[in-house]
Design a protein around this ligand. Structure first.
Ligand code: GLU
Length: 427
């Protein structure tokens, strides 16, 4: 096989992992669905799956093929909504799970969207910028038949950003002969982006952490924070915590694990990363073995990287008060049980990282109305939506004696299936 072609995901032996986790999470909420339970199968089958071949011309003249996906898990409550991920391990079952989590997330926070997700199985670090642009444009044109401002609205996710959203918006607009800013969110400000969108996911993680801390009498000032992943989410969350007086004491990235009990300077680490300098050369902390990360005592632990990080293998060793899921799907159901047994509050992804899609909703509303808000308006409304949603879940979980995750899935499944029930079955 030509090594420039990515391996198709149907050859991936671990293919069902994250989708299996999603199904188990739905199952844990099913017993409480009452008269809506007859519809639960709807959530176990994505509404629509599109797999596309993406051929692009490389800079050296060869043609490389990549596999791309767009999965619309559910659209009962509104158009599909969810990010696009560029990563070498992307596979269909992962994108299915990520789309499912978007359906739940959007229902939990009450934005009028269904759930969708996209991905391309590619290591973007191997591509030049012109190659990355060609890949993005060809992917957009291939999924162009299923996306649109009132059909399905992509956004950034792992390894995608404002620049990529600008190319997606432009490609879709060229295909339709008219500029369509509301087809993607997370765009640059000058192309219909929203103030506050870039930091929104991390800010939302912080709002959940602050609200959870208030429930258990935990002060933020002086609290110790550990973050896995220092991309868009981990960086902004750490910054918000530091601004509120907390201390970032450990950071784990694909390059290694940094530790400094006296506190890591978030801005300096961000600048170090932006300069693409090796993690080990960062002067403000020491490198420790990766496995030690999970055992560091902290008040807040924030997995903000990929799925399946907190498992039965490490959950029992975690010593934190609040686990805030900045990433999607970082915790397996077995790990959930171990963490609950140890009294650790787990704020699940479907609320903890919902700040991103909340401000994506604001961006979509602003684009459609062609009226743009100030950063204070965006951040104020984000804070209110997130803290209200969190407080509601906290009460529901306490009343039903279930975890926050099961309370969130119960609420979301009810909202989705109620919409499904009212719409009825066509034809
Ligand atoms: N990719 C983000 C998420 O997983 C944002 C999705 C969006 O804004 O549509 O929630």
């Amino acid at each position: 096989m030509n090594p420039i072609h990515a391996l198709p995901s149907y050859l991936e032996p671990e293919g069902v992992g994250s989708w299996g986790v999603f199904l188990q999470q739905v199952d844990r909420a099913t017993s409480t669905l009452g008269e809506l339970a007859y519809l639960v199968e709807t959530l176990k089958r994505p509404k629509r799956i599109l797999i596309v071949d993406i051929p692009i011309k490389l800079d050296d003249g060869r043609v490389a093929h990549f596999e791309g996906y767009r999965v619309q898990h559910n659209t009962s409550r509104g158009p599909g909504k969810g990010g696009v991920r560029f990563h070498q391990d992307v596979c269909l079952s992962e994108v299915m799970a990520l789309a499912g989590w978007m359906s739940i997330k959007n229902a939990v926070i009450g934005v009028p969207f269904g759930g969708a997700k996209g991905g391309v199985r590619v290591d973007p670090r191997q591509l030049s910028e012109p190659e990355l642009e060609r890949l993005t444009r060809r992917y957009t044109s291939e999924i162009g038949i299923v996306i649109g401002p009132d059909k399905d609205i992509p956004a950034p996710d792992v390894n995608t950003n404002e620049k990529i959203m600008a190319w997606m918006m432009d490609t879709y607009s060229m295909m339709h002969g008219a500029t369509s800013t509301a087809v993607v969110t997370g765009k640059p400000l000058s192309l219909g982006g929203s103030r506050g969108r870039r930091d929104a996911t991390g800010r939302g993680v912080f709002v959940c952490g602050r609200t959870a801390a208030a429930k258990i009498g935990l002060p933020i000032a002086g609290a110790r924070v550990c973050v896995q992943g220092f991309g868009n989410v981990g960086n902004a969350a750490a910054r918000c915590f530091a601004e509120a007086g907390a201390k970032l004491i450990a950071v784990q990235t694909v390059e290694g694990t940094l530790h400094n009990p006296a506190g890591i300077d978030v801005a300096k680490l961000g600048a170090h990363q932006d300069a693409r300098r090796p993690l080990g050369e960062f002067a403000g902390a020491t490198l420790i073995p990766d496995a030690a990360f999970w055992e560091i005592e902290s008040e807040f632990l924030i997995p903000a990287a990929l799925e399946n990080q907190v498992t039965a293998a490490n959950a029992g060793r975690i010593r934190t008060r609040v686990l805030l899921e900045g990433a999607n799907g970082p915790t397996t159901p077995e790990a959930d049980d171990l963490l609950a047994a140890n009294g650790i509050v787990v704020v699940p992804d479907v609320i903890a990282n919902a700040g991103g899609v909340t401000v994506s909703y604001f961006e979509w509303v602003q684009d459609i109305s062609s009226y743009f808000w100030t950063e204070e308006e965006v951040n104020g409304r984000l804070d209110k939506i997130m803290s209200d949603a969190f407080n509601g879940l906290w009460e529901a979980a306490a009343a039903a004696r279930v975890t926050l995750r099961t309370a969130a899935f119960t609420l979301a499944c009810r909202r989705i299936l109620e919409a499904r029930h009212l719409r009825g079955l066509y034809p």
